[in-house]
Design a protein around this ligand. Structure first.
Ligand code: AHM
Ligand code: MG
Length: 281
């Protein structure tokens, strides 16, 4: 299982430069024509095509699904299901802020519980391309260069004491409980919000703190998707010694109904997640 997971992350590192190289030309003309007059796929749809081709070529994979597809598809006869957010934070392309690719590897058909994850990882297209991979309890950081990944940090742990917070959603749409928690946190930590989950969670992993995209009064299940975004990031943060929550329980214990389910998301140092859950009770 670990070998298959490593092969999947090798394949993702190998195509990360292609995904990155496709961004400039798709920045302003998403869905339009390229200079040769050919129809151009939006950056996130193009990234999905590249990832599907790379992942279906790997032994051990049976199912592929992404945020860009309505349904999971059979891509082989392996036991693993790979769920991908091909280009997370794609609205950041316009303003040239961080973007990422998120990957969850489950050993059950989808939709699956976060407890069925065997590995998870993400690529961050920042000033440099980096990759974080969690397999079991081990979290490893890489720099991706020319399609190869080189270890930059082993056995990553969330730093303590935490220093930053990153809360999404319009403040007037926060629930009273979350707004009260935010009032406390604002006096203790520094705000750093970039509008891409990968970039924002990577800041939490780097500095310690908390990322939330909470339940909103207008969207009780929040914005982020359980299979592609919440579960993989929760798996990584928990493996790094942190905690995750949907407001009540670990995200990994949230029962899925459908592949595109949304969920409130809270990720960070365990003491902050404990306090958040207490504030929402
Ligand atoms: P996307 O998958 O359509 O890009 O949406 C998910 C993104 C996350 O990366 C980020 O945390 C959130 O949406 C930001 O939303 P907002 O623009 O409301 O701050
Ligand atoms: Mg996303």
């Amino acid at each position: 299982m670990t070998d298959h997971s490593e092969a999947i992350f090798d394949a993702i590192a190998a195509i990360a430069p292609d995904i990155r190289a496709a961004l400039p030309g798709r920045r302003l003309a998403a869905g339009g024509e390229n200079p040769s007059g050919e129809d151009q796929l939006a950056a996130d749809v193009y990234a999905d095509e590249l990832l599907k081709e790379a992942i279906e070529a790997i032994d051990g994979v049976g199912i592929y699904v992404s945020e860009e597809r309505t349904e999971a598809i059979d891509v082989g006869d392996g036991e693993l299901s790979v769920a991908v957010d091909p280009l997370d934070g794609s609205s950041n392309l316009k303003s040239n802020n961080a973007l990422g690719t998120i990957v969850g590897i489950y050993d059950e058909p989808l939709p699956a519980s976060g407890r069925d994850l065997v590995a998870a990882g993400y690529v961050l297209y920042g000033p440099i391309t980096t990759m974080i991979v969690a397999i079991g309890d081990t979290v490893t950081g890489y720099v991706v260069d020319d399609g190869d990944r080189t270890v930059s940090e082993s056995d990553m742990e969330l730093p303590s004491p935490p220093t930053i917070y990153s809360f999404g959603g319009r403040v007037p749409e926060w629930t009273d409980g979350f707004a009260a928690f935010a009032d406390e946190i604002e006096t203790e930590l520094k705000l750093r919000y970039g509008g891409s989950m990968v970039g924002d969670v990577n800041q939490v992993l780097t500095y310690g703190g908390i990322f939330s995209y909470p339940a909103l009064t207008t969207a009780p299940d929040g914005k982020l998707r359980l299979q592609f975004e919440a579960n993989p990031m929760a798996y990584i943060i928990e493996a790094a010694g942190g905690a995750s929550s949907d407001g009540v329980r670990s995200l990994l214990d949230r029962e899925p109904d459908g592949v595109h389910d949304r969920t409130p998301v809270h990720l960070g140092n365990a003491e902050l997640i404990d306090r958040l859950e207490a504030a929402l009770r």
